[in-house]
Design a binder for this molecule. Structure first.
Ligand code: GLN
Length: 494
């Protein structure tokens, strides 16, 4: 009997369709893994009945000879940033603790319509702000990975989609949703040896996704491999009149279009990403990636993205600015937490609610954001950052005159230990240095596992593509995946 929790999206979909096993059997197998893994703290809420109910519906459709959908019979984890009807949606914050939305996000609804079922709501950094999942009000997620000989320190699963990455790599779900504002799909994927793609800005509707920085936020799939990401992205993407930034373009058949042949393709290697003092294992994995691309028939092109070093500071102005505006809605009036001290007036209620409901990192972002938007500093910070954003987008546009996709590391290092960077926000922010340029330019970018470092921890390679060219990104990702033959899994300790 196949171990069902070892299967990915495509294998489950095809096996259910062929009658090799039922969708209910799959849902029950993953429910059992979720229940046995509370030590990882990957889920804020488990919804085993929802997974079984969705599976029953798929099995009934099969019995009736009806089509099962792109994700037919596949149970998934839902990042707790997506509104789910009647199921607590918190953005990992105290502010929204106990909040049960009256409506479903477009992306989650599309997944259910495609035959997927929900295993539960996944932990994340509070309001998706963070790179280690340590800012969650519900406690940090622990990565299932451990260093081989480097002690037994508990490691960060990355963030903000750290519940998603930990759950997939520990086989608690075959796939999960993620969101990526400045790397939150790609960095956790790299830290845990899984695959994730942030599509072009606008591909997936933001309707019903708790907003962080609206000009950057984008949903995407996280799964074990490229094919599974392609399948899930097809189910998630598409025009939505309820999101004014949604792309009104047809959704390509990315799975059918997968092709790892790189003959005639030009792969750009950005020289500014090769930084002084770069981690040796990361540099080596990048060199491996370049060699694999050559072997797959590609031509390697040296490119320049001259404004790279300004991307991180610009991101950490623009994202907090937008966050400070988006998070103004949490005032204790309409929904979420309300703290009304005895005899307090409206202003006191606002202040008490926000002081109580937001964690330290969220408050830091709100303060930075209001500062850079304030009358005296707007031109010096916010406007400058917007200009840099334009220059970065122009860098990419020029680079793509010379190449089809760009290959770079996803992160400057492998996973770090929990607690290692929490007291130093700058060290934490530096993690995003390779991820934020593509975010600022709105480009599709993915992370694919490329090997392990000397401590046995996964390393990811990043592929950045032209706007709307998810296919080119996925194909290059598949070429890397085939060449890397990454099979490492964490040893079970939880
Ligand atoms: N780590 C980045 C931040 O803290 C990105 C987060 C994200 O993409 N949601 O802002």
């Amino acid at each position: 009997m196949t171990n069902l929790t070892e299967l990915g999206v495509a294998a489950i979909r095809d096996g259910v369709a062929a009658g090799d096993f039922t969708a209910v059997e799959v849902a029950e197998a993953f429910n059992a893994n979720v229940a046995a893994a509370s030590a990882l703290n990957a889920f804020i809420v488990a919804t085993p009945e929802a997974a079984v109910d969705a599976a029953k519906a798929v099995d009934a459709k099969r019995a009736a000879g009806q089509p099962l959908g792109k994700m037919g019979g596949v149970p998934i984890g839902m990042k707790d940033l997506f509104a789910t009807t009647g199921v607590q949606t918190t953005a990992a914050s105290h502010m929204l603790e106990g909040f049960k939305p009256q409506y479903e996000s477009t992306v989650s609804q599309k997944l259910w319509d495609a035959g997927a079922g929900m295993l539960g709501k996944l932990n994340l950094d509070q309001f998706a702000m963070g790179s280690s999942n340590e800012t969650s009000f519900f406690g940090n997620v622990i990565s299932p990975w451990r260093r081989k000989d480097g002690g037994n320190a508990a490691l960060a699963p990355g963030g903000s989609s750290g519940g998603s990455s930990a759950a997939i790599s520990a086989r608690l779900c075959p796939a999960a949703t993620g969101t990526d504002t400045g790397g939150s799909i790609r960095q956790p994927a790299a830290f845990t040896g899984i695959t994730g793609i942030k599509p072009t800005y606008g591909r997936c509707s933001r309707w019903g996704v708790v907003a962080f920085a609206s000009s950057l936020d984008q949903a995407g799939p996280m799964a074990r491999d490229t094919r599974d990401c392609a399948i899930m992205l097809e189910a998630m993407a598409g025009f939505d009149p309820k999101d004014s930034t949604s792309l009104d373009m047809p959704v390509p058949e990315w799975e059918a279009g997968l092709n790892p042949d790189m003959k005639g393709k030009k792969i750009g290697i950005p020289r500014e990403y090769r930084m002084d003092g770069m981690d040796e294992d990361v540099a080596k994995s990048w060199d491996d990636g370049i060699a694999w691309m050559k072997a797959a028939g590609a031509e390697i092109v040296d490119i320049s993205l001259p404004h790279t070093k300004y991307a991180l500071p610009a991101y950490y102005i623009i994202a907090p600015a937008e966050a400070s505006s988006n998070l103004a809605r949490y005032d204790g009036v309409r929904y979420g937490l309300r703290d009304l001290p005895e005899g307090a007036g409206l202003q006191d209620m606002y202040a008490a609610t926000r002081a109580e409901g937001f964690g330290a990192e969220v408050k830091r972002r709100i303060m930075i954001g209001t500062y850079v938007l304030s009358a005296g500093f707007y031109d010096a910070y916010y406007n400058q950052a917007q200009k840099i954003r334009t220059l970065i987008a122009q860098d990419f546009a020029k680079a793509f005159e010379q190449c089809d996709v760009i290959l770079a590391p996803t992160c400057p290092t492998a996973a770090f230990a929990l607690g290692e960077k929490m007291s130093d926000p700058l060290a934490m922010y530096l993690n995003d240095v390779f991820a934020v340029p593509a975010s600022l330019a709105g480009l599709p970018a993915m992370s694919v596992p490329a090997g392990v470092n000397r401590e046995g921890l996964p390393l990811g390679l990043q592929i950045i593509g032209k706007a709307f060219d998810e296919q080119g990104v996925l194909n290059a990702g598949l070429a890397i995946e085939n060449a890397a033959g990454f099979t490492a899994t964490p040893e079970k300790w939880w």
